[in-house]
Every structure is written in structure tokens, then in C-alpha cells.
Design a protein around this ligand. Structure first.
Ligand code: TRP
Length: 373
């Protein structure tokens, strides 16, 4: 059996360079490696709705944004299947059966769910008629790890390339697979997580140096940003607050410009844009020693990012002029995804022996028993 990839994103905003470093770049490489029998890339709108119930327009609008970002990064719809989660109803049915295999306390212990409950300001003790600002935890949100297990197993994914924050989700999926297979017989494929390799890519900080890029903090560099915006954002990037004069020694740890250079720059970039240094190590060495100003480092970063973003921007412009074509790609992808998921659902129903009408033996046996009576 060949290897199969499933991965995806919630359509809650345009994708940024953090997504690129953390996952998109890898996806394109994996796609072009020819090592995979099938690649499914899912726009997880149903999952996005689990904590955006009151904001359906945001989710709807961002489906096309995310699709444009995928295509402009080099996801090739002839090779990879891009689809929309909500258009594959089979996923709901799978999740419904998996729910019986997971306990409430196991979900409560899921570290990603825990953090997100805090981040979203959800609380589990909101009484009826509570007039405070407290929001209760939506059941759909609470159980989304189970729905994610359905996403992954429906496509018999062997490989799930995601960021480290998704580790608990894959772990929980594996548990569900074990449980299902031990109760109903070997049916589901156990998936493996595939983490980013470059450690600077694990989680790219925001331009303000905060741990994460997030739309609400306004600290993202988007794949669709203009050259002008990228330049402005880099020039105002957080560096070392104690590096006041050029002659001061500077810190590169926690210095966002260097974290981004770690993630994106190569030795060729130095040869091309900053030949004073052989590589990033040499530049860092000078910065630490003192005598190297932030502006020079930022200018290099702008050049590096432009080299990355310019072709992405061009391809995006093309697809923006062909929106109908993009929706056709999504429709065809969703049709194909539905077929694949239906096959797995069929196996699951057979294994669970809820395929009453196809189970000729069951019907014959019961008929014989009742006749005897
Ligand atoms: N939870 C993922 C995220 O927030 C999105 C997602 C949904 C996903 N279903 C998935 C990722 C299945 C990988 C596999 O980014």
C-alpha cells in the first residue's frame, strides 16, 4: 500500500509566512517528491465553525482566500486533491461513531483543546441565564479532535504533515484507531505525524516578537501582502531592545529578524544580497560582537522574503482573475474526497455490523430462527 497524506487548515484568515515555513513549503515539496500515492488537502470549514458559530461569513469568505493561497504556493490540483470539509458528509457519520470510543475526560485532557478553551475565553461553568461575559464551551468545539480523527482516517492517511500544536490531535486519532480496530477488527489505518524539520519553522514568531503570528495581534506577514507592506513590516520588526547603537553588542536569540533569517535564508542569499558575510552564522557573529546595525539585517530579510513572495504573488494574481476556475477545482476535489471517504465509511459500517441490508447472512439466520419458533 502506498503512502497517503491528509492535512489541512481552518479557513479563518489569509495564510501568512508562518504557515508557509511551518507547512505549505513542505507540502509542495512532498507533493513534488512523487513519494505519495494520494495527497488530500482539506479546507476545514466545519472545524472552523466549531468556534465561529456566530461568524459564518468570515469562514465562507476565507475558503477562497485559503484556496488562492494554496494554489499560489504551488499546490498543484492535478496532483493534490484540494477539498472543502463540509462538502464531505461522510466525515460526520464517522465522527458520530468514533464519539463512542472517546471519554469526556480524555477530551478534557487534550492539551490543544485545553489551551484553546483558555484562549477563546470559554468556560465550563456557565449557568443558565448567566449575564456575565462568560461563554460556555460549544459541544462541537469540545469534540473537534474526534472530528479530526474522522478527517484523517476517512482518507486512510498514513502521513499527516502538521505543526507541533497538532501533535495531541494525531495522538488522539491514533488512540481512536487502536480502539476501533480492537473492538471491530482491523479496519482503520494508523496515521503518523510529520513535523517540520527546521526548528526555526516550528513556530515563527510575529513581527512584534510575540510567540505566534495572529491576525488579532496584527503581527503577520501575509503571503498576499504587497512588496511595500512586507518592507514596512520588516523595517518595524522587533529586534534586540538593548541594541541601541550600531556599535553595541546585540542578541540574536529572540531577535525576530534573525529567527526569520534562520527560517528563510540560504547561503546563496548571502552571496547574492549580502556578500560581506559568507552565511548567516558569520552575520550573527558580527551582530553579537557589535558593529552591525539592524537596518542591514532587515534589508537582507526583505530581499529574502521578496524572492520567496514575488512568484507567489504573481500566481495569486492569475488565480484572482479566474475565481470560477478555483471553485471548479474545489468542487472536483470535494467530489473525489467524498468518493474516498465513502469507501472507508463502507468498511467501517461493515466492521461495526451496521450494514443490515447487505448482511445476507444476518437476514437468513434471523429468518430461519423465527420460522423455527
Ligand atoms: N486542526 C487543524 C488546524 O487548526 C486543521 C485540521 C482539521 C487538520 N482537520 C485536520 C489538520 C486533519 C490535519 C489533519 O490547523
Amino acid at each position: 500500500m502506498g503512502k497517503i497524506i491528509l492535512t489541512g487548515d481552518r479557513p479563518t484568515g489569509r495564510l501568512h509566512v508562518g504557515h508557509y515555513a511551518g507547512s505549505l513549503k513542505r507540502r509542495v515539496e512532498l507533493q513534488n517528491s512523487g513519494q505519495f500515492e494520494k495527497i488530500f488537502i482539506m479546507i476545514a470549514d466545519a472545524q472552523a465553525l466549531t468556534d465561529n458559530a456566530d461568524n459564518p461569513d468570515k469562514v465562507r469568505q476565507n475558503i477562497i482566500e485559503v484556496a488562492l493561497d494554496y494554489l499560489s504556493c504551488g499546490i498543484d490540483p492535478k496532483v493534490s486533491t484540494i477539498f472543502i470539509q463540509s462538502q464531505v458528509a461522510e466525515l460526520c457519520e464517522l465522527a458520530f461513531y468514533y464519539m463512542n470510543l472517546v471519554t469526556v475526560s480524555r477530551l478534557q485532557r487534550n492539551p490543544t483543546v485545553k489551551t484553546e478553551i483558555k484562549m477563546r475565553g470559554f468556560s465550563d461553568d456557565v449557568a443558565e441565564g448567566d449575564t456575565t461575559q462568560k461563554k460556555g464551551i460549544p459541544v462541537g468545539f469540545f469534540t473537534y479532535p474526534i472530528s479530526q480523527a474522522a478527517d484523517i482516517t476517512a482518507f486512510r492517511a498514513t502521513t499527516v504533515p502538521v505543526g507541533e500544536d497538532q501533535e495531541p490531535m494525531i495522538e488522539q486519532t491514533r488512540e481512536i484507531v487502536h480502539k476501533f480496530n480492537s473492538v471491530y477488527g482491523e479496519t482503520l489505518v494508523e496515521p503518523q505525524i510529520m513535523l517540520p524539520t527546521n526548528s526555526a519553522c516550528l513556530r515563527l514568531p510575529g513581527t512584534d516578537g510575540k510567540a505566534k503570528m495572529s491576525k488579532s495581534l496584527g503581527n503577520c506577514i501575509y503571503l498576499s501582502d504587497s512588496a511595500e507592506d512586507v518592507k514596512k513590516k520588516v523595517m518595524s520588526m522587533y529586534t534586540d531592545p538593548d541594541h541601541l547603537k550600531v556599535s553595541d553588542p546585540g542578541k540574536v536569540e529572540g531577535n525576530t529578524v534573525f529567527t526569520y533569517l534562520d527560517a528563510f535564508s540560504t547561503d546563496e542569499h548571502f552571496a547574492k544580497y549580502c556578500p560581506d558575510y559568507e552565511n548567516l552564522e558569520a552575520m550573527k557573529e558580527h551582530y553579537r560582537r557589535g558593529g552591525l546595525g539592524d537596518v542591514k539585517c532587515k534589508k537582507l530579510l526583505i530581499a529574502v522574503l521578496e524572492e520567496l513572495l514575488q512568484p507567489i504573488r504573481e500566481r495569486r494574481k492569475h488565480y484572482e482573475q479566474h475565481i470560477e476556475e478555483v471553485y471548479d477545482i474545489l468542487r472536483r476535489g470535494s467530489d473525489e474526497a467524498r468518493k474516498a471517504a465513502a469507501e472507508t465509511l463502507n468498511d467501517v459500517r461493515n466492521a461495526m455490523r451496521i450494514n443490515y441490508f447487505e448482511d445476507k447472512e444476518l437476514i437468513a439466520r434471523q429468518a430461519a430462527e423465527y420460522r423455527k419458533e
